[in-house]
Design a binder for this molecule. Structure first.
Ligand SMILES: O=C([O-])CC(=O)C(=O)O
Ligand SMILES: [Mg+2]
Length: 588
């Protein structure tokens, strides 16, 4: 980042309290404020009556009991019937299924989240396989594209360049104080859909819904943030309903300084143990932000590390089906950005740990193709830094099919963000070279998948093990049903986050990602394998997350990076006991 303020410590940048203490123990500066300092006048009071029904955290709708209605001045504000949460859930699922347009389902679910939070999470947890594609990929992608038009209530915190110099103040406007997880985007690379600017907010909101539903993090501890430094999307710049700054993106020093102010303000406001998940930043910022802040903050990048951990888990599991080890494979990637190089690096690390070979050697089993063809040593000088470790000795190869024929990979992984790039010729070549080709089409949403599940099974005559980033329905081919796996980072980040939080982690390390991969791979059952699956079904995801959390926490303790001491004996039980349950509470 050149002349950016990499060396400026956080306290110098964001502590505008001229030497007064406070910091993390008095984050709102109330105790130590002097008369000339401004404090945020937060009040808390017991809600009742109309305002209780309007508070999504406590509203239960028709499930308020008669006793509660009497005690809380609700009598007459609701029709007389009292419904259980289960009946409410059945009714809502029935209503949701009436919508045929996915975006309508998305909007109905967002309305529910804003109306009755516990019911929203109950629905999501109990119907995860059906509702994941609505609150998450692929529908969330469409929601982001149309976010300006469907915008009703803000669901997270917007920090735009207009707030430069006072980001700490903006953070204090957020009503919840006990924040444990922040998912932040700058909207520059939303899924495989490109720059959606401020409308990328749908992604942090969706990811954090999954933190709660799949990983059991309390909703009030989750904070979605969108950083608005402008957009280069002409369509949005000319859209009268666009909700963000109508200016081109800030870059270089201006960008770095703004992000630095943000990262410092976050640490100052929430302390050392708040987890910051970077999401859907463009390559040119993602790698720099991760390397810059991983030594001073609890951060990870979901697109680089979360995706890597999930894919590695699938590959580890697949070895049981194939009867091989990872080192026996040759890997070829289409796409050498965050996901591609992130996955490649974690595979190389894992093979290195398994075989004892140096990582420089194990990287040689892995090849990447970008928009200019195979990454080879003759291109090294012109490559971005994150691609350079993959520039192996080979003559230039122009395109993917050329690379498949030259390298003869056993595993083909798509992380290009460009749909339909695994052509019939490419997939057939994989099938010619391999008895059981492993094909992962990871780009999101569905429209950007490198090939569909049906294409993968048809073109390999049912021999492929196939996984994708966005969900595909089971495929009938030649009288047999094939179940595609969803190799999406949502298998990992909720459990990883829970493990980090419950152990009081202060840094993320690659060994924790490896621990998460191994824990996920261990959850795949014989029955799953028999169905051709290399990931367990989402229906057990909370149990899976608890196991991932326990493994991550164990590694955190082992590395001396845990601050929640002493270490609980049974980490799986401890993880389960930490998980938020959306069942209604009784009110006095
Ligand atoms: O959001 C998802 O489905 C996976 C992901 O991180 C991405 O594609 O950027
Ligand atoms: Mg992402």
């Amino acid at each position: 980042m050149g002349s950016t303020p990499a060396e400026v410590p956080c306290d110098v940048v964001s502590d505008n309290r001229s030497g007064l203490g406070g910091g993390i123990s008095d984050v709102y500066g109330e105790d130590l404020a002097t008369l000339d300092q401004l404090v945020t006048p937060w009040v808390s009071s017991v809600a009742s009556g109309y305002s209780l029904m309007r508070d999504p955290r406590y509203n239960k709708g028709l499930a308020f009991t008669d006793k509660e209605r009497d005690a809380h001045y609700l009598t007459g504000l609701l029709p007389p019937v009292v419904l259980s949460q289960e009946v409410q859930e059945r009714k809502l699922m029935h209503n949701l299924r009436q919508y045929t347009v996915p975006l309508q389902r998305y909007m109905a679910l967002m309305d529910l989240q804003e109306r009755n939070e516990r019911l929203f999470y109950k629905l999501l947890i109990d119907n995860v396989e059906e509702l994941l594609p609505v609150v998450y990929t692929p529908t969330v992608g469409e929601a982001c594209q149309k976010y300006g038009s469907i915008f009703r209530k803000p669901q997270g915190l917007y920090i735009s360049l207009k707030e430069k110099g006072r980001i700490l103040e903006v953070l204090k406007n957020w009503p919840q104080r006990g924040i444990q997880v922040i998912v932040v985007t700058d909207g520059e690379r939303i899924l495989g859909l490109g720059d959606l600017g401020c409308q990328g907010m749908g992604i942090p909101v969706g990811k954090l819904s999954l933190y709660t539903a799949l990983g059991g993090i309390r909703p009030s501890a989750c904070l979605p943030i969108t950083i608005d430094v402008g957009t280069n999307n002409e369509k949005l710049l000319n859209d009268e309903f666009y909700i963000g700054l109508k200016q081109r993106r800030a870059t270089g020093q201006e960008y770095a300084e703004f992000l630095h102010e943000f990262m410092c303000a976050v640490k100052q406001n929430y302390g050392e143990k708040v987890l910051v998940q970077f999401e859907d930043f463009a390559n040119h910022n993602a790698f720099d932000l991760l390397s810059k802040y991983s030594t001073s903050h609890l951060v990870f990048n979901d697109d680089i590390q979360g995706t890597a951990s999930v894919v590695l888990a699938g590959l580890i599991a697949a070895q049981k089906v194939l009867g091989k080890s990872l080192a026996d494979h040759t890997f070829l990637f289409l796409g050498a950005g965050e996901a591609g190089t992130g996955i490649a690096e974690l595979i190389a690390l894992k093979i290195s740990k398994e075989t004892g070979a140096p990582i420089d050697e194990t990287r040689k089993k892995i090849w990447l193709v970008d928009s200019k063809g195979l990454i080879v040593s003759s291109r090294k000088e012109s490559l971005q830094h994150f691609k350079q470790p993959w520039a192996h000795e080979h003559e230039p190869v122009k395109n993917l099919i050329g690379a498949v024929n030259a390298i003869k990979p056993t595993v083909l992984i798509g992380t290009s963000g460009v749909g339909q790039t695994f052509t019939q010729e490419v997939v057939e070549a994989m099938a010619t070279n391999n008895e059981t080709p492993l094909i992962l089409a990871l780009s999101n949403p569905t429209s950007q998948a490198e090939c569909t599940a049906e294409q993968a099974y048809t073109w390999t005559k049912g021999r492929a093990i196939f996984g994708s980033g966005s969900p595909f329905d089971p495929v009938e081919y030649d009288g047999k049903t094939y179940f595609p796996g969803q190799a999406n980072n949502c298998y990992i980040f909720p459990g990883l986050g829970l493990g980090l939080i419950m152990s009081g982690a202060i840094r993320v390390r690659d060994d924790m990602l490896l621990a998460a991969s191994e824990a996920l791979a261990a959850q795949v059952t014989e029955e799953n394998f028999a169905n051709g699956l290399i990931y367990p079904p989402f229906s057990n995801i909370r149990e899976i997350s608890a196991n991932i959390a326990a493994s991550v926490a164990a590694k955190t303790y082992e590395l001396g990076l845990a601050s929640n001491l002493p270490r609980p004996k049974d980490l799986v039980k401890f993880a389960e006991s930490c998980m938020y349950s959306p069942v209604y509470r009784n009110y006095r």
